[in-house]
Design a protein around this ligand. Structure first.
Ligand code: SF4
Length: 213
């Protein structure tokens, strides 16, 4: 199977079996998504979703969150990983939104990465989720699943994986492929013992071939 055929098979399979893939984070607007994605670093979406309703009720927008104090916000998010840093990042992010971006979430990666707590991965998630920009956020699931299947080859860093994926996936499918790979990694191609016996990608998967040759 050539690389092109592998990509076609995998994207076709996802298209038929996961047509509605989207983020599992709960949000109503770009500001809420940004807060949720910042909180989700090293933390499960489930845990973030248990916390964000309390944040959004008290701080519904950037002006409100920009006025929050550390001591007010910290107790609300203390059950999330790295609560100290994330409290500072959220307040700093909202303050910068007010100072530089008129209180609105910017829609480019270049602007988003200026915000505290926002790296390239977060910026890629925000831009691909809120307006389907062809940006690929490579998290641990995307990195692992792409390597196992053989969508990426010898990618040593997330940036290398991102560049390889973007080169081979049709532009209009990049944003949804991000969700496909995450969901596949979360529920089927899990880290410790991939569930190949229930996976529909075996005939295109390099890892499966190696394990069964
Ligand atoms: S066949 Fe196995 S290793 Fe390959 S994508 Fe499916 S679950 Fe992952």
């Amino acid at each position: 199977m050539t690389k092109k055929q592998r990509y076609e098979f995998v994207l076709d399979w996802f298209e038929h079996h996961m047509p509605e893939a989207e983020t599992e984070l709960l949000y109503d607007n770009a500001f809420q998504l940004l807060v949720a994605v910042i909180l989700s670093a090293q933390c499960t979406d489930k845990r973030v979703n248990m916390t964000t309703p309390f944040i959004f009720a008290r701080y519904p927008d950037a002006p409100a969150l920009a006025k929050a104090t550390f001591d007010e916000l910290f107790p609300i998010i203390k059950s999330i990983s790295y609560p100290n840093n994330k409290t500072k990042h959220l307040i700093g992010m909202a303050q910068m939104l007010m100072e530089r971006f008129g209180g609105e979430v910017p829609h480019t990666v270049e602007e988003l990465v200026q915000l505290p707590g926002v790296g390239r991965k977060t910026a890629n998630v925000i831009t691909s989720v809120i307006d389907a920009q062809p940006n690929m956020a490579v998290d641990t699931h995307v990195f692992r699943v792409s390597a196992r299947i053989g969508l990426t080859t010898n990618a040593k860093t997330v940036l290398q994986a991102e560049q390889q994926l973007i080169k081979s996936i049709p532009k209009e499918k990049i944003h949804i492929t991000h969700h496909w790979l995450i969901l596949h990694g979360r529920y089927t191609c899990v880290a410790r013992k991939p569930k190949c016996e229930i996976c529909g990608l075996t005939q295109a998967c390099k890892y499966y071939k190696t394990m069964n040759d």
